[in-house]
Design a protein around this ligand. Structure first.
Ligand SMILES: Nc1ncnc2c1ncn2[C@@H]1O[C@H](COP(=O)(O)OP(=O)(O)OP(=O)(O)O)[C@@H](O)[C@H]1O
Length: 940
């Protein structure tokens, strides 16, 4: 509205350079604007460690050091101070000193420690960023970081350079201690907008405060705060009012030298004369109560995950927080949609297959169109491997989003593969080029070319001599190793290396050649997966992955990927030793060859980017939860929901109310809220883990997040929640404003409920108009609660609807069942009859706030029906059908015999509510939709 652009400051705190421009600009402006002498780091003396003797200065043309620049500088400083990151004392436990399993401290750890100390120093006196990290630092890391923190700073500033932390910390310091600089920025930016406010750290918040004069607009969702590991403080959002409300300006209490009357100050910077009254800041919170993205069922399911009730450790005395109230009042605008589904799969392979085939069948059935958007979301990058393979196998187009890219193209995977390739096909020069650099051995391009030239010379000489025992490049490299016993091939007398290979290169080749010789021997005895482990150990690849990782998380992510590669190689473990050099001339089908071929097939198909010309087919977007932030998809599949995977083992170890576990919960919320219409959550009954030197399988435990979803009581049985039986049954209406996904209300369709509600209201002489939401917010109760009588005390004017626990009528009598299930058609018809019958009983017995409990139980139980006695494990009461009978699992039915659970129809949102399971029976080869209580699992 005619406002000058420069009046609006948009702050972005992301680490990506693009996003940093505004913060850089801020410091740039500040530095340029600072009067001579008020240089950015002059506050070093005042506020930094007193050891900073020399005042360093930055000018406006400073450059920003990225992490590799920082590490280089750090190593220099460490060297100058004679500080060794390696320790002479043996490690107390694997990974104790550094992430790479030995007692070496990683340079990145020191860098992060310095960052935390700087933040602590800058925010001294406050419970602030860095405290936790400092508390968790080892003594040695703390000591080193303390010793070199100041020299490191000084070195940076002397080069007129800053790092990412400095951008924020220095700007904050500058604005705190130089009112003239602050004023320049206040004049320039009168309106500040911060997006993703939930991800701001305390220091960033200070910066926002310092820049705020009289207008600040922040947007965020505390439930989506997923970057606490990067310093984000989820409280930024909830404490917003506390921070700003009734303050004269943002920087109140942050500055000691702020003397000027605020109204005069604002008049001055506005250029307005004449005593305008300046009101204190008033925080106005606007809750966006309409959700245009997701269906009601998805919104309610996600709310169940995030609600504070689900965090109660013992389920006792569940209270509803104000935040929960607001969440519950959220009005989804897209109708109910299908229920989110929870499914158990046998293992990772079955899970991947299920997800991919479900996507394909959803398109076939018309639930999705080819242009629909689909995401397959997982917690860690390594999980993409099986999903990618399943996509390739079933010809589903896919793309891996996020920086990690497709599995087999990840750096650490390609490094490992390079060694396998040179073992299998030593003439693969690209593999050599990669292998010699993993890790760096000082073998550069020149040395490598010398090696290749020497190989060529050997080939020529052997041809010239007419010899048919031409050594491979691997033989050639191994021939450089010092002879151990009788060397099988001694090439040097035939082609002397010194004519081609320099001494410098030869010195580099010798240790590498020794490693390769020993590895080749192992390859002749070990399976592919064991051999891969030998490659990783013998060549110290973990240290290499450590060195190429910027953070500990990145290192762990890489290790996770590599272990996933080993797991992929396990497929060939019964095929014997991976390589055989006994018949070099005859290409043999070796396990290693088979593995490489299979990988090549997947790697070749795996797209880096999708060709838009190849449109017309649906694309699955594979990504981690973190990468999915901000996106939305018609269908979302969230996989790997087991304890230890999601939430992660590390967060579980921290305890139920830990920051880590809360963040996992928010991650789950973020993932679920990416879905617009379809949401499927899967977990694996069996997962494998690496123990000692082998993979072991173990029974997985369903994620506590899924427990919350499938538990009718809305609590977490076992893992931090009380057992369902101890819970208040009235908590059953899990998706209050939408539909119930489980059986209790599911016996009535929504239309039926409305009709029923109207009928009851009419009989009570009430009308829709008399029903008012209690909340002042825009509360929408799509299915109003109805009661025959209002409570006597008249406090709550909302009538209540109490439905009984009835699911569908269990036709347990075998003769009845035979009659009912004579054909799929008659079964469906009969089933609806059963549903209607049940509905009838609900109406008569249960829509009554005063109905005695046993009355509804009688209706629910239909206790006059004979109980079928089937051997096996009956389904527990608090689970839904698809959960308990995973697709592909074997089941037994008294009449139909053995069968296999089929994919349920996605389009039929009533299906899971009716607790039906689709089964294909072996003898009849017919598919039936049967009530789950007539089925039992078979494990043979
Ligand atoms: N007023 C509206 N009318 C119709 N659709 C809307 C409206 N506002 C938002 N939407 C749609 O709702 C979806 C979510 O909006 P948007 O991405 O802005 O939400 P968000 O708050 O940034 O979500 P998140 O933080 O969860 O990623 C988008 O598809 C958007 O087009």
């Amino acid at each position: 509205m005619g406002r000058r652009r420069e009046e609006e400051g948009i702050l972005a705190f992301g680490r990506e350079l693009g996003n940093l421009s505004s913060v850089r600009g801020c410091l740039g402006v500040a530095a340029a604007a600072a009067p001579s002498g008020a240089t950015v780091t002059s506050m070093g003396d005042e506020h930094h460690n007193n050891n900073v003797a020399t005042v360093q200065t930055l000018d406006g043309s400073f450059n920003i050091l990225d992490q590799s620049d920082q590490l280089r500088l750090l190593k220099e400083i460490l060297q100058r101070h004679d500080i060794e990151l390696k320790s002479t004392t043996p490690p107390a436990f694997a990974g104790g000193g550094g992430a790479n399993g030995n007692n070496e401290i990683r340079p990145i750890t020191v860098l992060n420690a310095i960052s935390s100390l700087n933040t602590m120093e800058a925010t001294r006196g406050n419970a602030n960023d860095g405290d936790d990290v400092v508390a968790k630092m080892s003594k040695r890391v703390h000591k080193i970081a303390t010793e070199i923190r100041v020299p490191f700073q000084r070195a940076k500033y002397s080069q007129n350079s800053v790092d990412f932390d400095d951008l924020i910390l220095l700007t904050r310091e500058l604005l705190m201690h130089h009112p003239e600089v602050r004023e320049i920025l206040h004049r320039r930016w009168r309106h500040v907008l911060v997006d993703e406010f939930q991800d701001t750290s305390r220091v960033q918040l200070d910066l926002v405060r310092l820049l705020t004069t009289n207008s600040l607009f922040v947007v965020g969702d505390g439930d989506q705060s997923i970057y606490s590991w990067r310093g984000a403080s989820p409280e930024s959002m909830s404490d917003f009012e506390l921070t700003f409300h009734d303050r004269a300006h943002g920087w109140e209490e942050l500055l000691s030298d702020d003397q000027e009357d605020v109204s005069k100050y604002l008049e001055r910077i506005d250029g307005v004369r004449g005593g305008r009254e300046v009101a204190p800041l008033r925080v106005k919170s606007v809750y966006l109560m309409e959700n245009y993205r997701s269906t009601t069922n998805i919104v309610r399911a996600a709310q169940r995950i995030i609600s504070t009730n689900s965090e109660k450790s013992n389920g006792a005395n569940p209270t509803t927080s104000a935040q929960d109230e607001i969440r519950r009042d959220m009005k989804p605008m897209r109708g109910d949609g299908p229920s989110p589904r929870v499914l158990a799969c046998k293992d990772g392979k079955a899970e991947a297959k299920f997800v991919v085939q479900t996507v394909i069948s959803m398109v076939d059935r018309g639930d999705l169109s080819p242009s629909s958007t689909v995401a397959i979301i997982y917690r860690t990058n390594a999980q993409s491997r099986l999903l990618e393979e399943a996509c390739v196998e079933d010809n589903l187009r896919y793309v891996v989003r996020g920086s990690s890219g497709t599995f087999y193209k990840r750096a650490e995977i390609q490094d490992c593969m390079a060694f396998l390739k040179i073992m299998y096909n030593p003439r693969d020069r690209s593999a050599w080029a990669r292998a010699v650099k993993a890790p760096s051995r000082g073998i550069g391009e020149t040395s490598l070319n010398e090696f290749f030239r020497y190989c060529d010379a050997v080939t020529e000489k052997y041809a010239e001599l007419g010899r048919n025992d031409l050594p491979s490049p691997l033989d050639v490299m191994i021939s450089f190793a010092p002879a151990v016993g009788a060397s099988p091939i001694d090439i040097s007398p035939i082609v002397p290396p010194k004519d081609i290979v320099s001494t410098r290169s030869m010195n580099r080749f010798v240790p590498f050649a020794s490693s390769l010789r020993s590895l080749r021997r192992k390859g002749e005895a070990q399976t592919v997966s064991d051999f891969l482990l030998s490659v990783i150990d013998d060549l110290a690849l973990k240290s290499h992955f450590d060195a190429i990782s910027k953070t500990r998380d990145e290192y762990e992510d890489r290790l996770g990927n590599v272990m996933e590669l080993v797991r992929a190689a396990e497929r060939y473990k019964t095929d014997g030793p991976c390589i055989s050099f006994s018949s070099v001339d005859e290409p043999m089908e070796t396990p290693l060859g088979n593995f490489l071929d299979d990988v090549a097939l997947i790697a070749d198909i795996a797209p880096d980017e999708l060709d838009s010309e190849d449109g017309g087919r649906i694309v699955a977007n594979l990504m981690t939860i973190h990468s999915s932030k901000g996106m939305e998809f018609d269908a979302v599949f969230l996989v790997g929901n087991e304890e230890g995977t999601f939430p992660t083992q590390r967060s579980i170890a921290e305890g139920e109310r830990s920051i880590e576990l809360s963040e996992e919960r928010r991650l789950c919320y973020v993932a679920m809220t990416r879905a617009k219409t379809h949401l499927v959550l899967t977990w694996r009954r069996e997962v494998s883990f690496f123990s000692g030197a082998i993979f072991k399988s173990k029974d997985a435990v369903r994620s506590r997040f899924l427990d919350v979803l499938v538990s009718k009581q809305g609590t977490v049985p076992g893992k931090g929640g009380s057992h369902p039986s101890t819970q208040d049954k009235s908590n059953n209406l899990s998706f209050k404003n939408g539909t119930s996904r489980s059986g209790n209300v599911g016996s009535m369709t929504k239309r039926e409920m409305h009709t029923e509600a109207k009928r009851l209201l009419a009989s009570e002489g009430k009308s829709w108009g008399s029903w008012n939401p209690s909340s002042q917010k825009k509360t929408i109760r799509q299915i109003p609660s109805i009661a025959l009588k209002s409570p006597a005390n008249g406090v709550d004017q909302r009538p209540k609807l109490v439905l009984d626990q009835t699911r569908i009528l269990s036709v347990r009598d075998s003769i009845d069942r035979r009659k009912v299930l004579t054909s799929p058609q008659s079964q469906t018809a009969q089933q609806s009859m059963v549903m209607r019958q049940n509905h009838h009983s609900s109406r008569n017995t249960s829509i009554n706030v005063n109905a005695p409990k046993n009355q509804s139980q009688t209706a629910a139980g239909h206790s006059n029906v004979n109980q079928a006695t089937l051997s096996g494990e009956p389904p527990p009461d608090d689970m839904d059908s698809t959960l308990f009978f995973p697709v592909g699992s074997s089941v037994k039915h008294k009449l139909h015999g053995r069968g296999v659970v089929q994919t349920p129809p996605n389009s039929d949102s009533e299906f899971s509510k009716k607790m039906l399971v689709r089964v294909k029976f072996i003898e009849e080869s017919t598919e039936w939709d049967l009530p789950m209580d007539g089925l039992v699992h078979t494990y043979d």
